[in-house]
Design a protein around this ligand. Structure first.
Ligand code: ARG
Length: 270
């Protein structure tokens, strides 16, 4: 019998894909001026939000802005832990105007926001779990930002080296299953970082390259339900074996921009 898992209600921030598009290319998934089916993107995104609400989670929205096609990827805007908000500084100039818009949303919602000095892309590269912050670097967020994060949150911040440009953000290669455990794709990391993950999370689920390229590691779990890309079939089977309840949600239009479920979902941790 697999162990039974308990969900914890979450508060999420999302941004509707009204102006979602693929004009510029800032990661290997993107091709300049790719055709995007905006109606399909919209209905896929609506399904994601409806799924969160059906599971009892709170979902809030930040207004999208014309000319910012990647603003839908709310997870890149900040990291929030214990109500403390650390704002991003985007690597790509095309995304930098998002910084002020998200910071303004958090200020209006009653949070103080500390803006990163170094390049930092929020939950894209910063994953809190078990009192630690797992922090990706190599393509976007810098190790200078990792030091700022550790100082700001007072949480041990573990730098992990990403080595595969297809998995340019930590959240494309690793996600948190529950308060204790994670799932990840080992080959996205340098040998040393892989060893760090093995030491910290000996029980972790490890995924295949097929799972990872299907955006299976860009998942969101509430501790029991795991919203996961339907193409990540081996991972879905593993989740079931381990007592989680996989909930497939297809965000294929967003994969054209290099994003999936987690990228569209910013968690606000009280
Ligand atoms: N096109 C966006 C970028 O390259 C996608 C961001 C995906 N977000 C994420 N959390 N991985 O910045």
């Amino acid at each position: 019998m697999p162990p039974s898992r308990l969900p914890r209600p979450r508060r999420y921030l999302v941004c509707e894909p009204r102006y979602f598009d693929v004009r510029y290319a800032i990661n290997p998934w993107m091709r300049e001026n790719t055709e995007v089916d905006l109606d399909l993107a919209r209905s896929q995104w609506d399904t994601l939000v409806a799924t969160y609400r059906d599971l009892g989670h709170t979902v809030e929205t930040v207004a999208p802005e014309p000319g910012l096609p990647d603003m839908v990827f709310a997870a890149n805007s900040v990291l929030v832990v214990e109500g403390r908000v650390f704002g991003s500084r985007f690597h790509a100039p095309q995304r930098q105007p998002e910084e002020a818009l998200y910071a303004a949303w958090f200020k209006a919602a009653g949070f103080d926001v500390q803006q990163s000095l170094a390049v930092c892309e929020g939950e894209g590269d910063l994953v809190p779990v078990r009192g630690l912050v797992l922090a990706g670097t190599g393509f976007r967020t810098t190790t200078d930002a990792h030091r700022e994060v550790q100082e700001f949150f007072g949480m041990p911040t573990i730098s992990l080296q990403l080595v595969d440009p297809y998995f340019y953000h930590l959240d494309t290669a690793l996600f948190v299953l529950d308060d204790e455990n994670i799932a990840y794709y080992p080959d996205a990391f340098s040998p040393g970082s892989r060893e760090v993950l093995q030491r910290l999370f000996p029980q972790a689920l490890t995924a295949t390259r097929e799972d990872a390229t299907a955006f299976g590691l860009n998942s969101v779990s509430d501790g029991q339900h795991v919203l996961v890309a339907p193409g990540a079939t081996a991972l879905i089977a593993q989740l079931t074996t381990h007592g989680y309840l996989p909930v497939p949600v297809d965000l294929s239009e967003f994969h054209k921009a290099g994003g999936g479920i987690k990228c569209c979902t910013q968690e606000i941790r009280a």
